[in-house]
Design a protein around this ligand. Structure first.
Ligand code: BEZ
Length: 385
């Protein structure tokens, strides 16, 4: 998000410093891993609209690199039509897609099995296929933004630079880091799951829960079958989780394997410090079981397992938080924040939105649904600043 914001600011000839607390390309935040799903289906029409609006920004980024950033294999959403989950509900997504004139095909359980290689699905399952869905090459996306910013005379990239103090002095911000203090007229704060460690420096925080999400790769035993990007909605059976999602075989990672993951965690975390880099074996086990029971052409032994940390807003129906800092923070209209949610698919567009908010004080895109409102909380005043 930071690299994308700097990209858009540099196009407007605005000098930008990107402070990265770890190193660029690190695997410790929400940009860990190699792939993300680009999808248009959402249960809310405004999210469908935003996903559509992000497409020209993806195409612009694509024009900067010969590497394919989105492999358009389509999105398959399927499962129990009565299930409402963190990703929504199939029937609601149908309504939202129709309202936004997005093409899709409706499928029965038999059609899902016949066309997309799944098996043993309950006959009540339904599905929808939306052809614009894609598997995002996340590494190449970050690389493209990084390379642009490295080459731009307007952008300075600084790694190992966690903000340790932010002082508002004479209408400017002084951000102290182990690499020195940086002075700026505006701040865009996009620390991913580490949001509160930066927001605390300004005496506020957001309420979030943290998922250390596990995924693994499964070896193809039938080389010529290809899965779309997919997501299955199900009720949990006992304690064994309910939702899974997966990707096609992609050219940029573990050729001959496909990635499948659980969209649940056995135990949410209350802070990023609690996470480990070890995938939860039960989450991997339930996923492997689902692969064995419902997918064809794969060996159900998980390989190359990894984790990715995401912060999820505790406020219902507010997946993304995009706003200015709360009014309690001096000079708050010069501080733009983005936090929480699954926003890999929005990276090129959110960079533009955050740049517009920082420079113009408003954006041409509808972000009213992401306003923080009462979702900010005042942190206990620190003894020293
Ligand atoms: C998403 O498309 O937002 C998403 C897909 C799978 C898991 C979590 C989020």
């Amino acid at each position: 998000m930071g690299l994308s914001t700097a990209y858009h600011l540099s196009k407007r000839n605005i000098r930008t410093v990107v402070l990265e607390q770890f190193t660029f390309f690190n695997q410790l935040g929400s940009s860990a891993g190699v792939s993300r799903q680009f999808r248009i289906p959402y249960p809310e029409a405004y999210m469908v609209k935003l996903a559509k609006q992000s497409e020209p920004f993806w195409e612009e980024l694509q024009s900067l690199t010969p590497v394919l950033l989105r492999d358009k294999v389509g999105t398959l959403w399927f499962g129990d039509p009565s299930v409402h989950s963190t990703e929504g509900n199939i029937a609601e997504a149908e309504k939202a897609l129709t309202a936004q004139n997005v093409p899709f095909t409706k499928l029965t359980a038999t059609e899902i099995e016949r066309e997309y290689h799944f098996t043993n699905l309950p006959s009540t399952y339904i599905g929808l296929f939306q052809p614009d869905g894609a598997s995002i090459d996340l590494k190449a996306t970050i690389q493209t933004l990084y390379d642009w910013n490295r080459a731009s005379p307007m952008v300075t990239l600084v790694e190992n630079a966690p903000a340790t103090r932010i002082i508002n002095a004479n209408g400017k911000f002084e951000v102290a880091t182990p690499q020195g203090t940086f002075v700026s007229e505006k701040l865009v704060l996009v620390p991913g799951p580490y949001a509160n460690s930066v927001f605390h420096l300004l005496d506020f925080h957001i309420e979030a829960t943290y998922w250390n999400m596990a995924s693994a790769f499964y070896k193809k035993t039938t080389p010529d079958i290809q899965y779309p990007t997919w997501f299955v909605f199900q009720n949990p059976v006992g304690n064994n989780g309910n939702e899974f999602y997966g990707f096609p075989e992609v050219s940029w990672n573990y050729h001959g394997y496909i990635r499948v993951a659980s969209d649940f965690v056995m135990k949410p975390l209350t802070s990023p410090e609690q996470r480990t880099l070890i995938p939860n074996p039960q989450e991997l086990g339930y996923t492997a079981e689902w692969v064995k029971d419902h997918m064809t052409g794969l060996d159900p032994t998980p390989h190359f397992a990894s984790v990715c940390l995401v912060a999820l807003s505790k406020i219902p129906n507010k997946e993304l938080l995009i706003d200015f800092a709360p009014a309690s923070v001096p000079n708050n209209k010069n501080i733009v924040i983005y936090a929480t949610g699954w926003a890999g698919k929005f990276v090129p567009l959110l960079g533009e939105i955050l740049a517009e908010l920082a420079v113009d004080g408003h954006t041409r895109f509808d972000i009213s649904h992401f306003a923080t409102g009462s979702t900010y909380f005042k942190s206990i005043q620190r003894a020293t600043v």
